[in-house]
Design a protein around this ligand. Structure first.
Ligand code: ZN
Ligand code: CU
Length: 481
């Protein structure tokens, strides 16, 4: 007989460790899980009835561009409304710190911050901001290589000098000491395209010494994807740290077979002594900057935002081009800087990725976009509703494992990602029959269906009535739990 803060009663617990679900009560004291089992003799200040519901760890969104949303719109509604309790920010080489830039930064840094947003000489300054005014979700932070290059190089369209590399190494060390969980790169993007592999190995080695991971948007996801994949594995091997390859939707133009091939490289790489994981999201369209070379490869493009032509937000590029009497590439040049949603992936490949046991779920959502890709609001419910329940591609336990414990282990998030006594109480209660994403490409900003309760560090942030206004999130990592 014990008295707890919260007891979630009679749910089907899926604990995150890829074990079969079991009926149990879950007790929470403060920010920790106090007990899991038959707690019918215990009482609590707050009792939650979860009969007929799944009770599982809060989802960890391993691929986000949420840096600024964490700081400026800390309610994190697009994330907590779908059951996400921790986001990994700073992906694709783009982190809000450490960089000071009065003007709008070059793409793709403008995915995360605009004029005046990059105001951090140190990574610690950003961590301080998130600590002083906590967001509703937890944040695990990567330090971005593109950001580092802009911070130390006057011209990023070349290799870094030894002095510049040393300056970046120092900044990686500072970021890791301030609580970052690793280094990210975006080797396909303008700030990093000209860098050599040696530079990346040098910086990754600094992250490795502090126990970090290496997350990479590879140099290519098309014709040169194989070499790009080998480069990622080489960085892991030479710098001695685990590798996460971002949005592993390899799709060379006109070669839908590349995705299966790439998963084959992944399987082969497992013998090489490097821990490799990949992340992916459950949609046929991608989204990033408006760049003519991406537009050329895509049959259908939706404008997410345009700085010079905000009136085109949410319109199709071919309609805009027709209105202007120019071709799509010319229209894209006029619309930049901006962001777009690119269609053209094969749904069979999306299914293949979602079902693969190595794929962690990461939304790659871009909250700064006025017309975002629906992945920002719907990634996790879409996997559980469409790919698990409706299409039956994998077990619910497997999918949840790759949204929780597997992700926590990969990013070194101590004591998260499991419903287990002593762990942090990041918990989702949802209805497996009702869970679904509700956003669409033309109307992306809609909360998911079927999410009953979302608790972060033992505090309810979302329920059937909406956001509770609570902001119990923390900067999390190996040391900070
Ligand atoms: Zn990326
Ligand atoms: Cu990304």
């Amino acid at each position: 007989m014990a008295e707890h803060g919260v007891i979630i009663r009679a749910g089907e617990v899926i604990d995150g460790a890829n074990r079969m679900r079991f009926r149990a009560d879950v007790a929470i004291d403060g920010d920790r899980i106090a007990a899991v089992g038959d707690l019918s003799d215990d009482t609590a200040e707050t009792e939650i009835d979860a009969a007929g519901r799944i009770v599982c760890p809060g989802f960890i969104d391993v691929h986000t561009h949420d840096d600024r949303m964490l700081r400026d719109a800390g309610d994190m509604t697009p994330k907590v409304s779908q059951g996400v309790t921790t986001v990994v920010a700073g992906n694709c080489g783009v982190s809000l710190a450490p960089l000071v830039a009065a003007e709008r930064p070059m793409e793709p840094l403008d995915m995360v911050g605009l004029e005046g947003d990059y105001r951090y000489p140190t990574f610690a300054g950003f961590v301080d901001d998130l600590t002083r005014r906590a967001p509703a979700s937890n944040a695990a932070l990567l330090v971005g290589h593109g950001t580092l290059r802009l911070a130390v190089m006057d011209d990023t369209q070349r290799e870094a000098t030894p002095d510049e590399t040393a300056a970046m190494e120092e900044k990686v060390a500072e970021a890791m000491a301030s609580g970052a969980v690793g280094l990210s790169t975006g080797l396909e993007y303008p700030p990093a395209r000209r860098c050599g592999t040696g530079e990346v190995v040098a910086l990754a080695a600094v992250a490795a010494r502090a126990g970090g991971v290496y997350a990479t948007h590879m140099r290519s996801y098309g014709a040169d994807a194989r070499a790009a994949f080998e480069e990622a594995v080489r960085v892991g091997r030479d710098a001695r740290l685990p590798v996460v390859i971002s949005h592993f939707h390899c799709h060379a133009d006109g070669n839908p077979g590349l995705c299966a091939e790439a998963l084959g490289w992944y399987d082969e790489s497992r013998g090489e002594g490097v821990e490799v994981a990949v992340d992916a999201y459950p949609y046929e369209a991608s989204s990033t900057s408006i760049l003519p070379r991406f537009v050329e490869k895509s049959a259908k493009v939706l404008v997410a935002w345009s700085k010079p032509h905000p009136e085109t937000n949410g319109r199709y590029l071919h309609d805009i081009a027709a209105d202007w009497g120019v071709d799509a590439v010319d229209a894209a040049e006029r619309l930049a800087p901006g962001g777009a949603i690119y269609f053209g992936r094969d749904e069979e490949n999306v299914k293949r990725l979602m079902a693969h046991p190595a794929v962690l779920i990461g939304s790659d959502g871009i909250p700064l976009n006025p017309h975002p890709h629906p992945r920002l609001w719907g990634t996790f419910p879409r996997v559980l509703g469409r790919y698990v329940r409706d299409l039956g591609l994998m077990a619910l336990e497997d999918a949840i494992h790759r949204m929780t414990a597997a992700s926590a282990d990969r990013f070194g998030l101590r004591d998260r990602g499991r419903v287990e006594t002593g762990r942090h109480a990041d918990i989702v209660v949802f209805d497996p029959a009702a869970i679904a994403d509700r956003g669409a490409y033309m109307e992306p900003e809609r909360p998911a269906a079927g999410i009953d309760r979302v608790l972060v560090n033992g505090v309810e942030v979302w329920n059937a009535r909406g956001h509770t206004g609570a902001a119990p999130g923390r900067v999390v990592g190996r040391r900070t739990g």
